[in-house]
Design a protein around this ligand. Structure first.
Ligand code: NCD
Ligand code: ZN
Length: 337
């Protein structure tokens, strides 16, 4: 059995910088035709010059692969309309992080006072720049995302023309919020479709499955699966593939992030096959919805996968992937662009 995917897009990707960028960028650029690149470098990408320079470093790292890096800027409440107008053509979205909530997010937002955010968010709304949000409060870890739904609703209500993307959603509450506000959308990772907290910490601790937001309860995973497998038009694939060196994961202070970039399409093919789900829904999840929501016109790429066991390497240049050393059911047969 084989299946073909057209123009796969990863709408939430961490490519890092320097040696890590050089080591892992091709793992995405080979099978995806484009990705939304997260700005949480140290320091975060927050000026026009930094966006342009980072994009050039990414293009250098991917070599001759057909791949568009869709750039993002790290949100600051101080951005004004003149600045946003000047940077609009260089970026696809702006990413908002609550201060200190995840890797390299110290300069993010605290408090979520609508009036404080109004100038920047109104300007983004007028200029048609989507807002991507890491939606977690600093409450109890299992409740952080559900608690943040109030903030999503406040923002969606105050800025009804602003496209707001709830990034890497993990709860049934977030799935439900999608249908309450026209301007709320979401990305979903592959790991949150497959694991719960039990897989991370229910037996031996599995550091390579530890990420923010943490995987939740079975009913949350089921709500995500329902949305994706039934072809919900407001959800897009965003891997949140977040590489950290092996020593930073297998350590007493484990860094948050799951590395899935080289395996995401194969795992999704296996999942859709196992659930007997319509292939057209996979195509919409992996590309069509993102093209419509973000108004993208990505470069053409065709990826053929076949049902043949693939042995997942134990590491990719020092980064341990999800399912390291295990067999998965699908393999990439051919990529054409
Ligand atoms: C991401 C990272 O390592 O940059 N980590 C993660 O657990 N997902 C940041 C993020 O998206 O939260
Ligand atoms: Zn992320």
């Amino acid at each position: 059995m084989s299946l073909t995917l057209l123009n796969p897009l990863d709408m939430h990707l961490h490519l890092r910088d320097g040696e890590m960028l050089a080591n892992i960028a091709k793992e995405s650029a080979h099978t995806f035709c484009g990705a939304l690149i997260m700005p949480n470098l140290v320091p975060p990408v927050s000026t026009k010059e930094e966006v342009i320079a980072y994009k050039q470093r990414i293009i250098a790292a991917i070599g001759d692969e057909t791949f568009t890096p869709y750039m993002t800027l790290f949100f600051k409440p101080s951005y004004d309309k003149a600045f946003l107008t000047s940077i609009k053509d260089e970026i696809t979205a702006i990413k908002l992080y609550p201060a200190g909530i995840t890797t390299n997010s110290e300069g993010g937002v605290s408090g979520f006072d609508v009036e404080e955010l109004r100038p920047a968010l109104e300007a983004m709304s007028e200029l048609g720049i989507p807002l991507c949000v890491h939606g977690e409060t600093n409450g109890f870890v299992m409740d952080r995302e559900a608690e943040f739904v109030n903030i999503y609703e406040k923002l969606a209500h105050a800025f009804p023309k602003l496209v707001i993307i709830m990034e890497h959603i993990t709860t049934k509450e977030s799935v439900a919020a999608l249908d309450r506000f026209e301007n709320l959308y979401a990305t979903i990772t592959v790991h949150h479709l497959l694991i719960t907290l039990d897989d991370v910490a229910g037996g031996m601790l599995r550091p390579h499955l530890f990420c923010k937001p943490i995987a939740k309860r079975p009913e949350d995973k089921d709500a995500l699966l329902d949305a994706v497998l039934s072809g919900h038009p407001k959800v897009m694939f965003g891997s949140d593939s977040a590489p950290h060196p092996k020593h930073a994961k297998e350590s007493c202070g484990c860094a948050a992030g799951v590395f899935t970039a080289p395996l995401a399409l194969q795992i999704l093919a296996e999942l859709f096959d196992k659930e007997n789900a319509a292939l057209e829904h996979l195509q919409a999840f992996i590309s069509g919805n993102a093209q419509r929501i973000y108004k993208l016109n990505p470069p053409a790429k065709t990826v053929r996968l076949k049902k043949q066991s693939f042995h997942v390497p134990s590491d990719y240049k020092g980064v341990v992937p999800m399912y390291a050393g295990e067999e998965i059911a699908y393999t990439i047969e051919e990529v054409n662009s």
